[in-house]
Every structure is written in C-alpha cells, then in structure tokens.
Ligand binder design. Structure first.
Ligand SMILES: C[S@@+](CC[C@H](N)C(=O)[O-])C[C@H]1O[C@@H](n2cnc3c(N)ncnc32)[C@H](O)[C@@H]1O
Length: 280
C-alpha cells in the first residue's frame, strides 16, 4: 500500500489519477465510485432522474459523484453558477439546462484531461452557456462577488486546505449568494492506517472530515443558514450488507484496516450542504 507519507505531493497523485480516469485508462475508479456497472444506473441511485440524465451528454457522467447538488440548488433562469471540481462537466451541463441562455455555468477543475473532455463535449453538443477553466478550488480563477450559486459534487474532501476552499467560495459569491454541495463526510473517525492510504485519499475517503468539522469549516468562513443533511452513499456497504464483490473498490483496498464488524459505509456518508453568504 502507498501511504500519504510516501507520496509527499498528494495533489499531484490526485491529478494523475483523475487524468487517467478522464482518458479511460483507469476504469472509473475515483471517488468511492463502484468502479464497474452502469454509470447511468449509479447516477439514478444518487437521485438524478432519467429526464435529467437525458438532457446532458452521457459521457460527462463518469460515476464520480456522491450526490446530486443541483437537486438542492434551486437554480433559476439567468443565474451564474460555479461548479468546483467539475470533472467531465456532469453537473455543469445539468445546471446549464436550468439557467438557460441568459445564465452561465463555470466549471473549475485542476486536471487538464477533465477540462479537455468537458470542453469537447460542450463543443460537440453546442452547449454555449458553459465554460471550463483549469484551476484549483483553493485558488479559484474567478473574480470577487460575481457568482449566484456554488455547486460541487464529491470534491472538497480531496482538498488539503478546506478552510481556504470555503474562504474562496465566500470571496466569489455575490452577497446573498448560495452554496449547494454534496460531498463525502465521516460519521466516525477512520482508523489511522486507512487515513494514511493514498488509494483511500484518491477515492474520496481518507481526506473526508467528520460532519461536525465540516460544519465548523462552513461556519468559520462566515456563511449563514448552514444546513448539513447526511445520507447513505450507495457505493459503500454498511455492516450487514454482505460481501462486496467489487475487486477494485476503495472498500476492498482498506477493508482489513477498518474496525472489526464495520464496513466503509459505517464511516463515510454523503453530506448535503446548503448555506448562504450574508447579504450586505
Ligand atoms: C470525484 S471527481 C468528481 C467530478 C465531478 N464533480 C462529478 O461529480 O462527476 C473529483 C474531481 O475534482 C477534481 N479536483 C480534485 N481536487 C481538486 C482541487 N484541489 N482543485 C480543483 N479540482 C480538483 C479532480 O480533478 C476531479 O475531476
């Protein structure tokens, strides 16, 4: 097993892994995803409707999500939306269909292959109200006070500086602007060995923080109306679900590091976050 200690530059490892996924060289094995099976079916388990999935390019869905942030974003025509860690553009394309021609969606991702894939899908399907920018969520390539809604799906857990990410979200939102995020969070601390696994980090497990800590991060950045809802992530079994037959999954990689009698889903859940920047 590679450990975080033996890999000094975690962000480089994360970028390389997601680059391989975008190129199709690593069969869809990122953020806790089931690594096999049908990505459309998996998206439906996460709460995307068949209708929603039909209005976006199918190739944008790489089964890397852990929820559906657009379901809690209440997007309106004309709004400016920013998607942190946009991958192949999955939620950006869906958001673009909601904000219409008078609105705009910006996707930011640090992996060049993801940005290229998302741009080529937008060009192929002539979706003109989306723009993809290469950059880091800790250093957003976006001006101050210009975004109505920040969305993100299974990404903030991958950041080593989450405080900075929430400060950046606060900076780019307009006063009164809102956050709608789904992300991995912990309901109990992972054992040390699991926390040190780079595979678990890339798979959106080892970088996840406790739900209470997540709330502190959002409160600490100055947001109001903070709400965190916890749901089971359908990609991970909980104790009693039986064996996991997916040989590539993060669950199998770290199964023997977990406390006896517990499965990964007993530690890791999907957190749905909504919050608002205070109006001036
Ligand atoms: C698990 S995937 C989720 C992709 C997309 N949100 C989805 O649901 O399909 C995580 C994505 O976040 C990007 N990412 C991870 N850390 C990042 C960071 N610090 N800054 C920008 N992008 C990041 C990765 O390149 C990858 O595309």
């Amino acid at each position: 097993m590679k450990t975080k200690e033996t890999n000094g530059n975690i962000s480089k490892v994360v970028r390389e892994a997601y680059g391989k996924i975008a190129r199709g060289d690593l069969p869809g094995c990122g953020c806790g995803c089931p690594c096999s099976g049908d990505s459309r079916e998996f998206a439906q388990l996460l709460g995307y409707s068949g209708n929603e999935l039909s209005v976006i390019p199918a190739e944008a869905n790489l089964a890397l999500s852990c929820g559906n942030p657009t379901a809690i974003a209440a997007l309106k025509e004309g709004e400016i939306v920013l998607d942190l860690g946009s991958g192949a553009g999955f939620d950006c394309f869906l958001a673009a269909s909601r904000v219409g021609k008078t609105g705009k969606v910006i996707g930011v991702d640090m992996t060049p292959e993801m940005i290229e894939k998302a741009r080529s899908l937008a060009e192929r399907d002539q979706i003109s109200n989306v723009e993809f920018r290469l950059g880091e969520i800790e250093n957003l390539p976006v001006a101050d006070n210009c975004v109505d809604v920040v969305i993100s799906n299974c990404v903030i857990n991958l950041s080593q500086d989450k405080e900075r990410v929430f400060r950046e979200i606060h900076r780019v939102l307009k006063p009164g602007g809102r956050i709608a995020v789904s992300d991995m969070a912990l309901t109990r601390e992972l054992p040390e060995a699991a926390k040190g696994s780079i595979e678990a980090y890339v798979g959106c497990v080892a970088g996840a923080v406790l739900v209470e800590k997540y709330r502190e991060l959002v409160d600490g950045a100055g947001f109001t109306d903070v709400r965190l809802d916890i749901r089971k992530y359908p990609g991970f079994p909980v104790a009693g679900d039986g064996s996991n037959d997916n040989e590539n999954s993060v669950e199998n990689t770290i199964a023997d590091m977990l406390e006896s009698g517990l499965a990964l889903g007993d530690y890791v859940v999907t957190a749905y976050l909504t919050a608002r920047k205070r109006p001036v």
